[in-house]
Write a protein that binds this ligand. Sequence first.
Ligand code: TRP
Length: 73
Amino acid sequence: MAQTEYIIIRAQEDGVNVIGLTRGNDTKFHHTEKLDKGEVMIAQFTEHTSAMKIRGKAEVHSAYGIIESESKK
Ligand code: TRP
């Protein structure tokens, strides 16, 4: 079941990847979304998605506050 909370990812560079990882016994990538600078993705954790991996420089806004991911040097 989808939660009521959303997390918001704001890309701070081109080519940020938001990767959804499956819920259940195995943990696999099931979806990759590419964001360019300034683009925003609003997403929930669902019955299909238990984790997200953010690759690239972005701001992640959630109930836990704002976290910044960094780009690989
Ligand atoms: N169909 C996916 C799902 O319901 C969509 C999705 C929800 C998603 N949250 C996500 C994709 C986070 C990537 C990252 O699980």
